[in-house]
Design a binder for this molecule. Structure first.
Ligand code: 13P
Length: 261
């Protein structure tokens, strides 16, 4: 029975990723990782990542080596090198043993002009470099109120994944982060999260039914230890992208535990 089920619905390993945003100096980061590692050492069946500022990457990769915690960056340029002051490339991240990168976070889209056109270039470059991309999508409050959520998600998925071949679609992690839920304490209801994430999975399914089964889709937006278990139990939710609550090792470890199958 179990084997037959596994064949039709391949299990997706949950991913819990903490997005520190622009928090923590290198010494803060060192203190944090020493607190986090023992708290997640016994966890199994869940992938754990922390997405840190560029200045923390080397120290975090060194300190997390051999543990179950993977270290990700928060942005990347699509060119391997060039006259792009202030930017960092995929080969620069790969050489540090960084395992992945957040792409298209709403803060980058809204505050730094990150465009769907740029993301269409970045996502395949990350994949080709062996970096795990976490592509963020999500609607504003105005778009949700105007019943424009599905159009927005359809457009972002179509444009941002436009250069990813069907056979690699499932290698992208997608994070659904409704902008009105980010940093506001106003978490999406389980119904809203499940509905939007199932919709995103169906969009992937329009390109490849197999990819839709395999692709991991996370929820992000005011995830806390108190609400994580309910969100992570939803059938289409394969993990969480955690902002504020990931800044405390203890709170983040509790969210990781909530994702443990
Ligand atoms: P909060 O968890 O602080 O709402 O942030 C969510 C987020 O933006 C993660 O990328």
């Amino acid at each position: 029975m179990a084997a037959a089920k596994a064949k039709t619905t391949p299990a997706r390993t949950p991913l819990v990723a903490g997005n520190w945003k622009m928090y923590k100096t290198e010494s803060d980061a060192e203190e944090y990782i020493q607190a986090l590692l023992p708290r997640v050492a016994a966890v199994s069946g869940v992938d754990v990542a922390i997405c840190v500022p560029f200045t923390d990457l080397r120290a975090m990769v060194d300190s997390a080596r051999g543990s179950r915690v993977e270290v990700y960056a928060q942005n990347m340029h699509h060119e391997p090198e060039g006259a792009f002051t202030g930017e960092v490339s995929a080969p620069m991240l790969s050489e540090l043993d960084v395992r992945g990168v957040v792409l298209g976070h709403s803060e980058r889209r809204q505050l730094f002009g990150e465009s769907d056109k740029a993301l269409a270039l970045k996502v395949p470059v990350a994949l080709d470099a062996g970096l795990q991309p976490i592509l963020c999508v999500g609607e504003t409050e105005q778009e949700r109120d105007g019943e424009d959520t599905e159009r927005k998600l359809r457009q972002q998925i179509k444009d941002d994944l436009g250069n990813v071949p069907d056979e690699r679609l499932a290698d992208v992690v997608i994070a659904y982060e409704p902008i009105w839920a980010i940093g506001t304490g106003r978490v999406a209801t389980p119904e809203q999260a499940q509905e939007a994430i199932a919709f995103i999975r169906a969009l992937v399914g329009d390109r490849s039914a197999e990819a839709a089964q395999r692709v991991r889709i996370l929820y992000g937006g005011s995830v806390k230890p108190e609400n994580a278990a309910e969100l992570l139990a939803l059938p289409d939710v394969d993990g969480a992208l955690v902002g504020g609550a990931s800044l405390q090792a203890d709170a983040f470890a509790q969210i990781v535990s909530a994702a443990t199958p």
